[in-house]
Design a protein around this ligand. Structure first.
Ligand code: IPM
Ligand code: MN
Length: 358
């Protein structure tokens, strides 16, 4: 009997439904080819539902989402909704409630895709960022006091427990062992770099560095490095080839993965996973809702399709996930650009090309 995966599809707002539609097209083609099935259920979470009902993520929906094998998310955001409401109410709440403590962001320049890094190609831009996704500044601890006076103070605390740091670093070592450059046959070592700011955030990096060394001792086959986050930004532009797997805390990871995304061709290409290795994970193109291109069949679905491939890998369907990635790599050289409306194809045509390449 073939396996059936229960997937919650959250197309969301703006161009989310268009790119998720192409992603589902490719996922269905992969299921057929590799002999498994999907049972997909759609949920209308997002700005449109919020404006109509005032709901962001109802508890009943959250309870249902806990029963799926994975979540496939388009994009959430709406021009008429105040910034923060949907981010906190849907995206961040899902991450916290489902304890998706890893944000996995592959940074790979596909063939034929233009990078703003003039002298760097697919061989140089080929690494991965593992962002801690449950703590740090995102914990929401802090407050304002003496509000409305000149003595007003705002505090937002960077908070990490040993356990949070340990589980993230352990995941990163395991990932580097399995998917590092040596494991993929493109380098002489599997390397994990901790990115932080140990010269200023001395308490925080006493903890992170200690855990990094402690857990690292269990992984003698993974080479360890440390870089400050500011220097990392510089290296990501000047010499991205020095990176293999990076692990970093939540806010630093948020910032450096946007920089990484533009080096791999931008938001049309970049995909990510919010992962709970023992629970329900959520995969998304990181591009957002692109309101300007909504309904025009002009947005790039490559990132959403790539997120679908990551989802299959996480479900254990690695042959299918890798085949989708290979199909993307067969398609990108045919595209004129990865920018919306400049691809030389429509959104649906790009989906068709990838599905055909499968
Ligand atoms: C991301 C986004 C989110 C984050 C926002 C939308 C809350 O920027 O997934 O990188 O900061 O994590
Ligand atoms: Mn971000």
């Amino acid at each position: 009997m073939s396996k059936t995966y229960k997937i919650a599809v959250l197309p969301g707002d703006g161009t989310g439904p268009e790119v998720i539609g192409e992603g589902c097209k490719v996922l269905d083609a992969a299921a057929q080819k590799f002999g498994f099935k999907f049972q997909k259920v759609s949920y209308d979470l997002g700005g449109t539902r919020y404006l109509a009902t005032g709901e962001t993520l109802p508890d009943s929906v959250l309870a249902e989402l806990r029963t799926f094998d994975a979540i496939y998310l388009g994009a959430i955001g709406h021009v008429d909704v105040k910034p923060g409401i949907l981010e906190k109410g849907v995206l961040l709440r899902l991450r916290f409630e489902l304890d998706q403590y890893i944000n996995l962001r592959p940074v790979k320049l596909y063939p034929g895709v233009g990078s703003p890094l003039r002298d760097k190609g697919p061989d140089e831009i080929d690494y991965c960022v593992i962002r801690e996704n449950s703590g740090g500044l995102y914990t929401g601890i802090g407050g304002l006091s003496r509000k409305g006076t000149k003595d007003e103070v705002a505090v937002q605390e960077m908070v990490y427990s040993y356990a949070q740091v340990e589980r993230c670093i352990r995941y990163a070592f395991e990932y580097a062992r399995k998917h590092g450059k040596k494991a993929r046959g493109v380098g002489s070592a599997n390397t994990l770099a901790l990115v932080g700011k140990s010269n200023v955030l001395t308490y925080m990096y006493e903890l992170w560095n200690r855990v990094f060394a402690e857990v690292g001792a269990e992984f003698p086959d993974v080479k360890r490095e440390y870089y400050h986050v500011d220097a990392t930004c510089l290296y990501m532009v000047a010499s991205p080839e020095m990176f293999d797997v990076i692990v970093t805390e939540n806010m630093f990871g948020d910032i450096i993965t946007d920089l990484a995304a533009i080096t791999q061709g931008g938001l049309g290409v970049a995909a990510g996973g919010n992962i709970n290795p023992g629970g329900v994970s959520m995969f998304e193109p990181i591009g957002g809702t692109a309101p300007m291109w909504t309904g025009k069949n002009a947005i790039n679905p490559v990132a959403a399709i790539g997120a679908g491939a990551m989802m299959l890998n996480a479900l254990g369907e690695e042959a299918a996930g890798n085949a989708i990635e290979a199909a993307i790599m067969a398609t990108t050289p045919k595209m004129k650009s990865q920018m919306a409306n400049q691809m030389g194809f429509t959104t649906t045509q790009v989906g068709d090309l990838v599905a055909a390449a499968l």
